[in-house]
Design a protein around this ligand. Structure first.
Ligand SMILES: [Zn+2]
Length: 499
């Protein structure tokens, strides 16, 4: 099947009520998106399923929710005030501002990951790159901090400056001691959080992929510093298959290779914790209907790695605009906690019962993911134009589908049929997100619901009046079965949970 472009996906999402540009009546504002009546349901479902899988479904991870604005010292300690920057080119004539690394990468078709501003500037000058808008040269290259600034309180000066958080992780580190003590956590454990993040991207693009405001689902996972090599859960994923793309494979221009986790470990390709989290995260996606063939796990090349990370592997997805990062699984060691200990002057070490010692745990992985990126993955893998039906069928997993059941009266001019259809709708709407639709032909109504991913459609027809039953149609097969109205709730519940 031909893949939809990201632009076509944006058009589809707007037309159906999933997502559209924020404040479009004023011309919109780049990098900000609003979610419509279906988009908000899909987004909430993604967050709920993520929380169930990562927090409620596990003993070793608890949740928290921090505020968006936090003490500005948090961002000094984390390094964001000094280092959270992209390199920016400014046109000397029309003053257009461009994100330099993306621009150079696209123009010269080379990987500039890890190069600093000086080195990128050299490439720009050497290759005589010009402003794409007006063709003029550029001013000297500048670093641009991506944090949104604001002032807290009535004074607008240096002393009141704070930031909208660029990630939720630092709030987890700042509250680390409280959460650990309250929840009586013992290593290994994780702390999870879902919430807004903000980045003042120089050039937001690719629809929801690179926005300035987004939702994040983050976990910081802590282990005993001496045990960052052994994962007690590794047996759960030994037989999981991943598409491995090691640094060596990339350097030798080889293709990614499908391998079971146990074989990758035998070859010493990857550490247990990296393998465990990558397999677990891919499983979350595929258990909700994403296609495993569109994922690979890619090791960072030496020059790409962050200064604090020992080894980093990304879970990447095959977007129509290329393979892009969904999650970076990095061993951050005790970098963040040590920084907060240094800047706050507080003791953030914890007592480990097992070894009877005080430790500052290592963050062995941060399986964190943007909700909007997950949104795109599920939409791309679900989108399918069905030639036979002549309409789009959005094969969303029932747990993610914005509308679970649509209820139709076969005809809208027979009061008895309408009344019964209303009764059925009223009986189900408290249980699942339902939709009542009496407009147009039944075929049209089926098509409309295929396009928004409704897994089941119920029709009340003439037989329903005599037999107290209805037809239940399956989106994927179009097969219909008759179900007694009194059994509907149970039957639909079972069907929605069966996949
Ligand atoms: Zn220009």
């Amino acid at each position: 099947m031909e893949k939809l472009s990201i632009e076509d996906m944006a058009v589809f999402c707007k037309r159906k009520g999933f997502a559209y540009p924020n404040s479009e009546i004023y011309g919109g504002i780049a990098g900000f998106w609003d979610f419509g009546h279906l988009g908000v349901e899909l987004k909430n479902n993604i967050k709920r399923e993520w929380w169930k899988f990562h927090v409620n479904g596990r003993e070793d991870i608890v949740g928290m929710e921090g505020s968006i604005i936090t003490h500005p010292r948090v961002w000094v300690a984390s390094g964001h005030v000094e280092n959270f920057e992209d390199v920016m080119l400014t046109c000397s004539k029309c003053k257009e501002r461009i994100r330099a690394d993306h621009f150079v990468q696209e123009k010269l078709k080379i990987n500039v990951e890890g190069l600093d501003s000086k080195e990128i500037n050299k490439l720009v000058n050497k290759n005589k790159l010009k402003c794409p808008k007006c063709g003029s040269g550029f001013e000297d290259i500048k670093d641009f901090n991506l944090m949104f600034k604001t002032n807290v309180g009535p004074k607008e000066d240096k002393t009141s400056v704070s930031y909208l958080r660029p990630e939720t992780a630092q709030v987890i580190f700042a509250d680390f001691k409280l959460v650990v003590d309250n929840a009586r956590l013992k290593v290994p454990f994780g702390i999870a959080q879902i919430g807004k993040g903000f980045r003042n991207e120089i050039s937001p693009r690719d629809f929801l992929f690179r926005c300035r405001e987004f939702d994040m689902m983050e976990i910081e996972y802590f282990v005993h510093p001496d045990k960052s090599e052994e994962c007690p859960y590794i047996n759960d994923v030994m037989n999981s298959e991943l598409n491995f793309y090691s640094a060596e494979m990339q350097q030798k221009n080889k293709k990614p290779q499908k391998m079971k986790v146990k074989d990758a470990l035998k070859k010493k390709l990857i550490s247990e914790w990296h393998a465990y989290w990558l397999a677990t995260e891919q499983k979350w996606f595929t258990s909700l209907g994403a296609n495993a063939d569109n994922f690979h796990v890619r090791q960072h090349l030496k020059e790409e790695k962050s200064h604090y990370a020992l080894d980093t592997w990304d879970l990447e997805y095959n977007f129509p605009f290329g393979w892009k990062e969904l999650q970076g699984i990095a061993n951050r060691t005790d970098f963040d906690l040590k920084q907060h200990i240094k800047f706050s002057g507080k003791d953030l070490s914890i007592f480990d019962e097992e070894t009877k010692e005080k430790i500052v745990p290592y963050v062995v992985a941060e399986p964190s993911l943007g909700v909007e990126r997950a949104f795109l993955v599920f939409m791309f893998d679900a989108y399918n134009y069905n030639k036979k039906r002549g309409n789009v069928v959005l094969n969303l997993h029932p747990k993610l589908a914005p509308v679970k059941v649509a209820v139709f009266p076969l005809v809208s001019n027979k009061p008895k049929i309408v009344k019964k259809a209303r009764e059925v709708y009223d009986g189900l709407k408290g249980e699942f997100n339902c939709l009542y639709d009496s407009g147009g032909s039944i075929g049209r109504r089926y098509a409309r619901n295929d396009e928004i991913g409704t897994p089941y459609c119920i029709t009340i027809d003439f037989d329903s009046l005599k037999k107290n039953d209805c037809t239940l149609r399956n989106r994927n097969t179009t097969k219909q079965v008759r179900v007694k109205i009194k059994d509907l709730k149970d039957v639909v519940t079972k069907l929605l949970n069966s996949k």
